[in-house]
Write a protein that binds this ligand. Sequence first.
Ligand SMILES: [Zn+2]
Length: 277
Amino acid sequence: MLRLPASGGRYTFSACSFCDKLIRMEPLENRIERASALLKGSDRAAAFTGAGISTESGISDFRSPGGVWDRYRVVTYQEFLARREDRVEYWKMKKELFREMQGARPNRAHAALAELERTGKLTCLITQNIDGLHQDAGNSPEKVIELHGTNRRAVCLSCAHEWPIEDIQKRLEAGVEEPLCEHCNGYIKPATVSFGQSMPEDEMRRAFECAVRCDLMFMVGSSLQVEPAASIPSTAHRSGASLIFINRTETPWDHIADVIFREDAGEVLHRLTTGLL
Ligand SMILES: [Zn+2]
């Protein structure tokens, strides 16, 4: 049984539940100071974001109970291809998810990462999210690497024709249960990576290149539980980058982070980026 040092004084400690190493949590001001120094010394920063960055924008994390994902059965890619009733089930869930996403606006954490790009520090932004909020906040589309694709577009699985998602949502709202391609009658699917579908090779390659090249990586709002995405911060670490983790809960990789924040991502990132001005 691991004994924790007395929490008297200015520090609190917690043991990493994955590796038992001690994680030292300094007072917030000290951590802001250390993270600011890392950011000031960086000229090739990167960010890696997960669902946690968008929850404040009203988009449910698919792991959170009561969210859209909780109310529908997960339809795998193979099931989607195989059976009409699975496609209908899939589109029911998407219809609800689109309504949720339509009202979503970038929050302060998205805004701060867009600001970081404007300062010239941010070289790439890897995201597990499919909501497009980084681009809405002002990050350049060419710098955003969407590992799980995007919900902003739909694509025909047969002829690759693409539609803005609003066009498909209109059909669903009009009562269409399973939208089909008007050119080839193929199945239409949002341009996301579904369960059972392989990760996009190009995006994965770019994400790992970004991790190898950066000198500082912000990890925001991911519990780093899903591979291979979870290996991105550790790849950055092995290549010599500093790591700043901003996440409400612990992750299996906390022991390699230089600074950890459990506080609100918008607040922390806002303070770090305004400190640059
Ligand atoms: Zn088609």
